[in-house]
Design a protein around this ligand. Sequence first.
Ligand code: MTE
Ligand code: MO
Length: 345
Amino acid sequence: MNDTMKILSEKPLNAETPATHLQSWITSNALFFKRNQGQIMPVVIEDWRISIQGLVKRPLTLRYSDILSLPKVEMPVTLECSGNGRSLLTEKASGNPWTIGGVGNAVWGGVRLADVLAMAEVEDKAMHAAFEGLDQPVGSAGVKFIRSIPLVKALDSTILAFEMNGEPLPLEHGYPLRALALGWTGANCVKWLNKITILDKPFAGFFMDKVYRVFQKGEDSTSGQVVTIIPLKSIITSPETGTTFSKGDHMVRGAAYGGEEDITDVEVSLDDGGTWHAATFVGPHERYAWRRWEYLWHVSKPGHYVIMARAWDSRGRVQPMSANWNFLGYGNNGVLEHAVSILVR
Ligand SMILES: Nc1nc2c(c(=O)[nH]1)N[C@H]1C(S)=C(S)[C@@H](COP(=O)(O)O)O[C@H]1N2
Ligand SMILES: [Mo]
């Protein structure tokens, strides 16, 4: 384990990427955040199989070589944990205390789930695809991490990835195969895949019904929406809170991402949201991948400053000033929660 990661827990392994390592467009495999509910199991590739079952006309069992023989897709995709930013909420919520580093951007290589499902011939009444991996339960839930997504999403924009940044998928990231529901949070992207079950309704189980839902204190978890799309958000990766600057020019840097939507603008404010200034995008612009941005801040007066950034998307939506608090602290995309405090001398 790379000691430059910030470890949130050892067993199971949960670790976030420090802000300085969120600077580049591509996050390296070693520094990419790691989020596990269970214990990672070693995989012998010759013995590995994936089965496609349930509401299909032709149940399949595929080997690694069968997956590799399908048409390959390769694309940069930003992956974020549903709970990223949780520790920045003003009212605390339980769960891993992510700051901003429960997110990363990698080039994933794999196959379209639609191509695999076409071979299995999904039945007409199919509505959901449930994913199961080889990791073993640890901790309170005591059940396997099984998640389902709507079949529409599975057929339209979900890949099964076997490569990460040009390398075989690292064991920690789901070797040999993981799902990636493009633009959806990590919980919808099951690792160490060995089973896909086609269902006529969402899978019912702990990781579908008790967690990864947006609900308030005292409410029944199942009354809340399932966490799906990564919310519209901008993070400031430099400078970090507590930095002291001298007067002059300073570059503010960050990344903006918005799930299935395109990021069109990022704005920066240095006067508590009174005025907003357009940031400049740097580097690649690809659907499903974050856009890096920068803003040259000229500061001539000493004092305490709060740097805020807000993202806009192609549907004309803007990031909210404050996050919608919920019991498990999912989807924190508040501008205020992500603001950075600086002292200028
Ligand atoms: N089988 C399995 N898949 C899983 C998980 C898990 O615990 N088991 N965690 C999920 C969660 S909550 C997230 S945020 C992502 C994290 O992916 P990463 O560790 O590759 O960054 O994996 C998802 N897929
Ligand atoms: Mo997650």
